[in-house]
Design a protein around this ligand. Structure first.
Ligand code: GAP
Length: 432
């Protein structure tokens, strides 16, 4: 099994991610996050928000609508050029992305001949309105970005931000991907986390910010435990006509480098296009120089689902433990769905259960914590290892006498006795 298959199986087994609409045979390119997956994603998004908005004075947040006026997509260029080249096999009629075929001379499914590549637009159409025939055609956003740019003027007039400043956003995007695949890697519905950072239209200053954000974003992945040897920057050889620079942060997914996040210098393309199409003034008035200009944008655009997938891959280990093998997710405690699991040593001893329930209840006031009283302790450890839970807290008979518990460390598999009054501090320390 390759790493994608292993993660897909583990994700389903433990409740991280299920195939979308599975009981109806599924829907290609859609995924449902289960009880553990939703926590992992929430933790990721919360860490992104802390990194971008909470810890900085020069970034504000926004949550724009998914469905926008269709003119937005005309202006941004998505209707004209947001497309992939598609070929169809003349024999079996299967369709493929021309740029992803290893051998473009014949169909990999039946060996048939291909049609000439055709551009296939990725925007997902939808219709609004009540009366059939009078409905307006619009789109589910193909990127979250434009919701920020169309609000550029609203943000400067309703807040005290001054250039350089950024706007962060996290939210769903939709693309009619021709070949969804690689588990959640290429989905038709996914989430993005972005910063649009507006700077003065100045070559030197804007490139300084570009380099700054490129490094900051890589550091963010490292700070959450991703292994440095699995990350690299990849320079875009071909730039969009308006772009001044672009890099991807790539992750080494089982020996293949895959895009996880893009850092783009977009010049004034977006605001300029919206100014032209909306006929609204999008300029910024610089109080210092008394000049009016269109700002340039440095964009950091990451996929929440891709990051979740790559954090899972990065954390995944198969280890020998004596005669046994264990699968463990060594997720950073900040990302782990459950920060701890609490067990009474024996489920049929009410004193142990009651004592453990109290600890569980206290910890749950602050963190997601799991409860398990099934099977033996070894089995419970294995289940929590696969869930990525960093600490397992066991209440035994000594606990009743001494008011302490055993805390077992997921990665080291060591155990230590900790006073009940110190459990909270113990976990909080490891969360730093
Ligand atoms: N606003 C710029 C933008 O959307 P992008 O390179 O098309 O740029 C940014 O997308 C990120 O969004 C990607 O690096 C990836 O992490 C994520 N992403 C894009 N398409 C995706 C898909 N079909 N499924 C999952 N994630 C996707």
């Amino acid at each position: 099994m390759d790493i994608f298959e292993k993660i897909t199986a583990l994700a389903k087994r433990r409740g991280f991610v299920y195939p979308g609409s599975e009981i109806y045979g599924g829907l290609a390119g859609t995924w449902d996050y289960g009880p553990l997956g939703v926590e992992l994603k929430r933790n990721l998004k919360e860490e992104f928000w802390k990194f971008s908005v909470k810890s900085r004075d020069n970034i504000v947040g926004i949550d724009a609508a998914i469905i926008m006026n269709p003119k937005v997509w005309e202006a941004s260029g998505h209707l004209a050029s947001f497309s992939d080249p598609l070929v169809e096999c003349k024999k079996c009629h299967h369709r493929f992305r021309a740029d992803q075929l290893e051998d473009a001379s014949k169909c990999p499914d039946c060996g048939g001949e291909f049609t000439e590549p055709k551009q296939f637009n990725l925007m997902v159409e939808t219709y609004l309105g009540v009366v059939e025939g009078e409905k307006t055609k619009t789109y589910l956003r193909g990127e979250i970005t434009q919701g920020v740019h169309v609000n550029f003027k609203n943000i400067i007039s309703s807040t005290r931000v001054k250039l350089p400043f950024g706007v962060a956003q996290v939210g769903k995007a939709f693309r009619n991907e021709i070949t969804p695949g690689g588990f959640t890697f290429r989905s038709r519905e996914f989430e993005q986390m972005e910063i649009q950072f507006y700077v003065k239209p100045d070559e030197e200053e804007s490139m300084k910010w570009f380099e700054y954000w490129k490094e900051e974003r890589k550091k963010w992945y490292l700070s959450l435990g991703m292994r440095e040897e699995n990350l690299q920057f990849k320079k875009h050889d071909q730039l969009a006509h308006y772009a001044r620079a672009a890099y991807d942060i790539e992750y080494n997914a089982g020996g293949e480098w895959k895009e996880m996040e893009g850092i783009h210098h977009r010049g004034d393309w977006d605001v300029k296009q919206h100014e032209a199409y909306s006929k609204q003034d999008m300029t910024y008035f610089d109080e210092e120089t008394k000049e009016r200009y269109l700002p340039w944008t440095i964009e950091t655009s990451g996929g929440v689902d891709r990051a979740a997938l790559f954090f899972l891959m990065d954390a995944y280990r198969e280890e020998k433990v004596g005669e046994d093998e264990r699968v463990v997710l060594k997720l950073h405690p900040k990302l782990a769905p459950y920060k701890a699991a609490v067990f009474p040593l024996l489920a049929n001893k009410p004193q142990l259960v009651e004592y453990a329930r109290k600890i569980y209840g206290d910890l749950k006031n602050e963190w997601m914590v799991a409860w398990d009283e099934r099977g033996n302790i070894g089995k419970r450890y294995r289940a929590q290892d696969e869930a990525g839970t960093p600490f397992c807290i066991t209440v035994d008979f000594d606990s009743l006498e001494k008011d302490d518990v055993t805390i077992r460390d997921r990665d080291l598999m060591t155990q230590e006795r900790v006073k009940v009054t110190d459990i909270h501090k113990f976990i909080a320390e490891k969360m730093k």
